[in-house]
Design a binder for this molecule. Structure first.
Ligand code: DGL
Length: 270
C-alpha cells in the first residue's frame, strides 16, 4: 500500500513531508524528475510526456494512486492524462483543487454555483508554464466570482532552488514580488502556486508584508489526501516500502533534499 508523489524535482518534497506527517502509516514513493527540471519553461506536450513517463514508473513501484505534487504538471498535463491516459484501476490527482477550496472557503464535494468570497485581490506566484495555462483562474471561476487574480511568472526561481542557491532564490523572490506589486499594490492573499516555493515561504511573506495571507499547498494537500484515502481505502496500492527515486544524480539530489527537509533522505536512480 504505497502512494506515489511526483514532482519535476525537489519542490514536491514540501508535499511529501506534509502527507507523511499526516499519514504516518502510509508508505510513499517519491519521484523527482530532476534530470528534466525545471518543467516551468517547457511546452505542454513536453510536460505531458515527462509526467506520464514518471507516473508510469510510480505505477510500476506498486502505487495505484499518484499525486502530481507539481502545479506545472497539474496545469499542463493532468486533464489530458485523466481523459485519455490513466488506466481504469489507477488514479492521478493534482494539487490545485485543495488550494482553491481553501481560498474560496468551500467544503469537500461542494458543487454549488460560484459565489462571492471574502478575498477580492489575489496574487498568484507560479512558473511561466502554470501562469500561461490559466488553469488556476479557470478552476477558481468554477467556485468564486468577483476575484481579481494577478499572476506573476517567477522565471529562474525553480532553477535557483534546484541548484541550492538560496541567496539568488531570495533575491528573485523580492524582485518578483516587486514586479507583482507594481500591477497589484495591495493583494489580500498570495498563492504560492509552485510546490518549490514553500521552501522560500519566509522570503515571500517578508517581501509581501505581514498583512498578506500566504497560502501554500502542503498541508492542504495532506488533509485532502487523508480524506480521499478515508473514502477510497483500496487506492493505497500494493507497494509496501517508502522510497525516493530520481532521474538526476542520486548523491547530489540526496544532499539537497536532506538540506531542505533537515533529515537524511536517500534517493536512488529511477
Ligand atoms: N514544483 C513544480 C510546480 O509546482 C515544478 C516547477 C518546475 O519544474 O518548473 O510547478
Amino acid at each position: 500500500m504505497a502512494v506515489g508523489v511526483f514532482d519535476s524535482g525537489l519542490g514536491g518534497l514540501t508535499v511529501l513531508d506534509a502527507v507523511s506527517r499526516r499519514l504516518p502509516d502510509v508508505p510513499f514513493v517519491y519521484f523527482g524528475d530532476n534530470a528534466h527540471a525545471p518543467y516551468g519553461i517547457r511546452d505542454a506536450e513536453d510536460v505531458y510526456k515527462l509526467t506520464t513517463a514518471a507516473v508510469s514508473r510510480l505505477f510500476d513501484a506498486g502505487c495505484d494512486l499518484a499525486i502530481l505534487a507539481c502545479n506545472t504538471a497539474s496545469a499542463a498535463a493532468l486533464r489530458r492524462m485523466q481523459e485519455s491516459w490513466v488506466p481504469k484501476d489507477k488514479r492521478v490527482l493534482g494539487v490545485f483543487v485543495p488550494l482553491i477550496e481553501a481560498l474560496t472557503e468551500r467544503q469537500w464535494g461542494d458543487n454549488s454555483p460560484p459565489r462571492e468570497v471574502a478575498v477580492k485581490h489575489v496574487a498568484l506566484f507560479a512558473t511561466p508554464a502554470t501562469v500561461a495555462s490559466r488553469a488556476f483562474q479557470r478552476e477558481l471561476a468554477f467556485r468564486a466570482i468577483g476575484v481579481d487574480v494577478e499572476a506573476q511568472p517567477c522565471g529562474g526561481l525553480v532553477d535557483a532552488i534546484e541548484a541550492g542557491d538560496e541567496m539568488l532564490a531570495e533575491a528573485l523572490v523580492r524582485s518578483h514580488v516587486e514586479a507583482l506589486k507594481r500591477r497589484m499594490p495591495h493583494p489580500e492573499a498570495a498563492i504560492l502556486g509552485c510546490t518549490h516555493y514553500p521552501l522560500l515561504q519566509g522570503a515571500f511573506q517578508e517581501a509581501l508584508g505581514e498583512g498578506v495571507k500566504v497560502y501554500s499547498q502542503a498541508n492542504l494537500v495532506a488533509e485532502s489526501l487523508a480524506d480521499y484515502l478515508g473514502r477510497h481505502p483500496g487506492m493505497r496500492g500494493t507497494g509496501d516500502a517508502s522510497m525516493f527515486l530520481t532521474t538526476g544524480d542520486p548523491g547530489f539530489v540526496s544532499d539537497k533534499a536532506t538540506q531542505f527537509l533537515r533529515r537524511r533522505i536517500e534517493f536512488r536512480a529511477a
